[in-house]
Ligand binder design. Structure first.
Ligand SMILES: Nc1nc2c(ncn2[C@@H]2O[C@H](COP(=O)(O)OP(=O)(O)OP(=O)(O)O)[C@@H](O)[C@H]2O)c(=O)[nH]1
Length: 595
């Protein structure tokens, strides 16, 4: 036996991956992820440790117990008996059952997101019962050998901003699909930024590997340029080659999803307070308002009252993602709900209420809070700190952020927060949903802020006011372009730092008196090169006798910009006392790149 992958060993010994990593940590063994390999001696040590543990637990074979647990992850564990050492808080957490992972698939247009979802749906979703209506609800549940996986069903790119923002907020794991024949594209980078901003673990699916022109290695190399280093290059990024056409690699991808989910230790209490998120809402001509809700905590029952934003409704009927009528739904279940009076927006949080009266009260309270906040915004006078950003020597980039959805706002703010440094603060004065208003322009003009818009644009009237006030409103449809703009603003705000760069030197061999230009030093370039307008330092022996600028540089009769080593030239340093034998050293000031 040679090296073994950690997850293979965990599987063979019937223990959870998290437990295996804990044991490796205890041994001081370093690893990148569960797919890293470990040495045979380490495997033996792990086996011994597990055997010892089993013996201590009273003779029952530990691996067997673990295997039973792994096979039934949802089963509630018995409370520990006679083990006072067990911390009660930990015991509580472990009693909360595991839940299925919610996965979002993101990527560039045409890279195969829909095809991959279709392949998984076709092969992993149980055949529907006769009579069920096939309809798109925004999510589906796939049954795999490793248990249930819920996929957020991202439709085409037309609604990409909302869907991505939503995906990153609801999802536990993001799959970034990259076509093997196209590699990284703008929306790939944007998808990666979304996943990173939401702190969601990311797996890369290199799709279309069946194509003759597929070049998965190029994709991996390109990823390293984003500081995402695939496992096989020594990093911790899981990269799985797949084909949504032939199905190659799809099982591996599902396995990696389950592994990642296991490490994330996703749990939710079906008996807890209900909490969920709207996946999508629509109006059906016959049925009325339909909304897909992802249950995140607790259990949803038919007849429950639900509150979303400032509207509420009573669940009249509920169907699962297969179109089957159901009466209740636990964590990590997408359900289509009938009973809202208004169409809720995707990404909105859903709360339940005991009865209609309680639901109304929550709605009324929210409306009050919103009105108060609006009034406060109008009436409030800005503090100096709000106008200028945090005080002190730190420079501040003031921004007003406007985006199409709350998810986008959060995603952008997440990325911006990571852009801050000791020298530059990013002060998001206002982050709102919808097009910028005149009020935003006024705020921007007093605080010298830039208004950045993502997937929203200013109306003609607002643009005019902005022009009049000299306020920049910049609109973007791709997040990373907006971030590039912020980088430019940050750069513009950092005091440039210059350093002197040596260019070359020349030896003065003869002097030419020119009636207009004065003394020209006929010289021979002995090192590097000399440039017109460069700084000049004239040394005689060991002494610096003059410092100025190369105001003229000639080769024979021609004015030139630069003269290289080994050539003769005429140098004018705007100083008439230059002498034969002097050394003219040239240098220039270059701006130092600052991060
Ligand atoms: N050969 C090959 N073609 C694929 C594969 N996956 C997708 N395609 C093709 O690539 C094209 C785009 O696939 P889609 O699944 O529509 O891509 P998408 O990323 O969902 O595109 P949008 O929804 O427009 O963003 C289609 O013509 C697919 O048939 C694959 O694994 N192999």
């Amino acid at each position: 036996m040679s090296k073994v992958r950690i997850y293979t060993l965990a599987k063979d010994l019937g223990v959870e991956n998290a437990k295996m990593l804990e044991l490796l940590d205890g041994l001081g063994v370093s690893y990148k992820s569960v797919s890293s390999t470990i040495e045979e001696e380490t495997v033996e040590l792990i086996k011994e440790m597990l055997a010892e543990e089993a013996a201590q637990e009273g003779g029952a074979a530990a691996p067997q117990t673990a295997a039973t647990q792994a096979a039934t992850p949802d089963a509630e564990q018995d409370a520990p008996t006679g083990t006072p050492a067990a911390a009660p808080a930990q015991a509580d957490v472990s009693e909360v059952p595991h839940r299925a992972p919610v996965v979002t698939i993101m990527g560039h247009v045409d890279h195969g997101k829909t095809s991959l979802l279709d392949y998984i749906r076709k092969t992993k979703v149980a055949a529907k019962e006769a009579g069920g209506i096939t309809q798109h609800v925004g999510a589906f549940e796939a049954q795999t050998s490793k248990g249930k996986i819920v996929f957020i069903d991202t439709p085409g790119h037309e609604a990409f901003t909302t869907i991505r923002a939503r995906g990153a907020n609801v999802a536990d794991i993001a799959i970034i699909v990259i076509a093997a024949d196209d590699s990284l594209m703008p929306q790939t980078r944007e998808a990666i930024a979304h996943a990173q901003a939401a702190n969601v673990p990311m797996l890369i699916a290199i799709n279309k590997v069946d194509l003759p022109q597929a070049d998965p290695d190029r994709v991996k190399t390109d990823l390293t340029q984003l500081n995402l280093v695939p496992e096989e290059y020594g990093g911790d990024l899981v990269v799985v080659p797949v084909s949504a056409k032939t199905g190659e690699g799809v099982e591996d991808l599902l396995e990696y999803i389950s592994l990642t989910a296991e490490l994330e230790d996703l749990r939710a209490d079906p008996k807890g307070t209900f909490g969920g998120v709207i996946i999508e809402g629509k109006v059906d001509k016959q049925a009325g308002v339909l909304a897909t809700v992802m249950v995140q905590e607790g259990t949803l029952h038919v007849s429950d009252f639900l509150v979303v934003g400032e509207s509420y409704g009573k669940i009249k009927a509920m169907t699962d993602s297969n179109g089957n009528r159901i009466k209740e739904a636990g964590p990590s279940t997408p359900v289509q709900v009938l009973g809202f009076s208004e169409v809720p927006s995707s990404g909105e949080k859903v709360q339940s209420a005991r009865n209609e009266h309680a639901a109304r009260e929550i709605v009324a309270q929210r409306a009050d809070e919103r009105r108060d906040a609006e009034n406060a915004r109008v009436q409030r006078r800005l503090t100096l700190e709000e106008m200028m950003g945090p005080l002190g020597s730190v420079r501040t980039v003031n921004l007003i952020l406007r985006a199409d959805t709350q998810g986008s706002v959060e995603a952008i703010q997440g990325i911006l927060a990571r852009k801050e440094s000791d020298d530059v603060k990013i002060n998001v004065m206002l982050a709102g949903i919808g097009a910028p208003t005149e009020g935003d322009v006024l705020l921007a003009s007093t605080a010298e802020a830039t208004i950045l818009c993502f997937s929203v644009t200013a109306s003609g009237g607002v643009k005019k006011v902005a022009e009049g006030k000299g306020v920049d409103i910049k609109s973007f449809r791709i997040i990373y372009e907006l971030i590039d703009e912020v980088d430019r603003l940050i750069k513009g705000n950092v005091e440039p730092v210059f350093e002197e760069k040596y260019l070359g030197r020349a030896e003065v061999r003869m002097l030419i008196k020119h009636p207009k230009s004065g003394t020209i030093a006929g010289s021979y370039v002995t090192d590097g090169s000399l440039k017109r307008n460069a700084k000049a330092k004239v040394t005689r022996g060991k002494q610096v006798v003059y410092e100025g600028t190369i105001v003229g540089l000639k080769r024979f009769k021609d004015d030139v910009r630069e003269v290289q080593t080994g050539y003769e030239c005429g140098i004018n340093v705007d100083w008439n006392d230059v002498m034969e034998g002097d050394i003219i050293e040239a240098s220039e000031m270059v701006e130092v790149e600052q991060n």
